[in-house]
Design a protein around this ligand. Structure first.
Ligand SMILES: NC(=O)C1=CN([C@@H]2O[C@H](COP(=O)(O)OP(=O)(O)OC[C@H]3O[C@@H](n4cnc5c(N)ncnc54)[C@H](OP(=O)(O)O)[C@@H]3O)[C@@H](O)[C@H]2O)C=CC1
Ligand SMILES: O=CC(=O)O
Length: 292
């Protein structure tokens, strides 16, 4: 399988498609905003006009879209996947969505004779550029086995998690934890600063102890210098918190920490920080109450 379709040239999709091109895959790309395909074309990609046109040209097509509405749109809308998907074609949705969305897409693809895999990823812009993603796949096993050469280029490890929905759920659990950690980290940085300590020294202390982790190490210095250039947009992290909380509702799991973190991300969105990196949630903790 050296030819692959790719829908969605956002931060992740572009990095992943570039990576496939670098490794010798022929890649047919589509993006709602066509101009984002120009750089891909310069690197040898074939640009198509609709998702259906991509599906028509490729046996396997990958989607990397922002949210459930976008993931559904490329399948069900005019010019969408369902117009061309048929026996012998596979669709792989790597967007972060809820299980319900994935199941709906999978059933529609199957009804047309195609096969479906969900495969959301853990890892951000840099791991996508470096082929170091963690792939959380579920659905048609034969499609999973067939696409492993591409997954090996995109990721450092692929998990096969069984029936459609399990990949989405695993991804939401992981991002729920990540979003909650980002809130605690932000609170700690502000607490250090407001109580007269150096946030930079706090980063050094954290990195030497039991709660050291790659996220604090990578995001800490840019947060301290107020650099929120987006790798993982805050609006997507809030979407993931919202979908994870819904999963908690369905399963009667009490999630007070995640619920509080979701409120912080919502607040950050409400003041216009949604397109910045998710670490920009830090900004809302800096706001102090006016003294009486
Ligand atoms: N960034 C990250 O670190 C990570 C992101 N993810 C997940 O991957 C997915 C993509 O993320 P990312 O690349 O960062 O997001 P971006 O916001 O950079 O890109 C979103 C993509 O979705 C497309 N899109 C949005 N709405 C629609 C629509 N209605 N119809 C068709 N296309 C649409 C955009 O097209 P257009 O250019 O026209 O707006 C764009 O190609 C998300 O589900 C995210 O949660 C997962 C792991 C890491
Ligand atoms: O979904 C975001 C990530 O970093 O993983």
């Amino acid at each position: 399988m050296q030819e692959v379709g790719f829908l969605g040239m956002g931060i992740m999709g572009k990095a992943m498609a570039m990576n496939l091109l670098r490794h010798g895959f022929k890649v047919h790309v589509w993006n709602r905003t066509l101009s984002k395909c120009i750089e891909l074309k310069e690197h040898g990609a074939f640009v198509e006009e609709t998702p259906a046109a991509v599906i028509k040209k490729c046996k396997v097509t990958i989607g990397m879209l922002s949210d459930p509405a976008a993931a559904l749109s490329v399948v069900f809308d005019k010019g969408g996947i369902l117009e061309e998907v048929c026996h012998g074609k596979g669709y792989i949705d790597m967007s972060t969505v809820d299980a319900e969305t994935s199941i709906k897409i999978g059933e529609a693809v199957n009804d047309k004779g195609g096969v479906f895999l969900e495969a959301p990823v853990s890892g951000s812009k840099k791991p996508a550029e470096d082929g170091q993603l963690i792939i959380l796949a579920a659905g048609e096993k034969a499609l999973y086995d067939g696409v492993l050469p591409a997954f090996d280029v995109l990721g450092k490890k692929s998990f096969y998690l069984g029936e459609v929905g399990n990949g989405a759920k695993m991804k939401l659990v992981v991002n729920m934890i990540m979003g909650s950690m980002m809130n605690a980290f932000s609170e700690g940085l502000v607490l250090a600063d407001k109580s007269g300590l150096s946030p930079t020294t706090l980063l050094e202390v954290l990195d030497l102890g039991a709660i050291a982790n790659p996220m604090f190490r990578m995001k800490g210095p840019s947060m301290v210098s107020s650099d929120f250039n987006p790798a993982f947009p805050l609006k997507h992290q809030q979407k993931d918190m919202r979908l994870a909380l819904a999963l908690g509702d369905e399963n009667a799991v009490s999630m007070p920490v995640a619920a509080a973190a979701n409120e912080s991300f919502k607040k950050a969105r409400s003041i216009g920080l949604g397109d910045l990196d998710f670490s920009a949630v830090y900004e809302i903790f800096k706001v102090t109450e006016p003294s009486p």
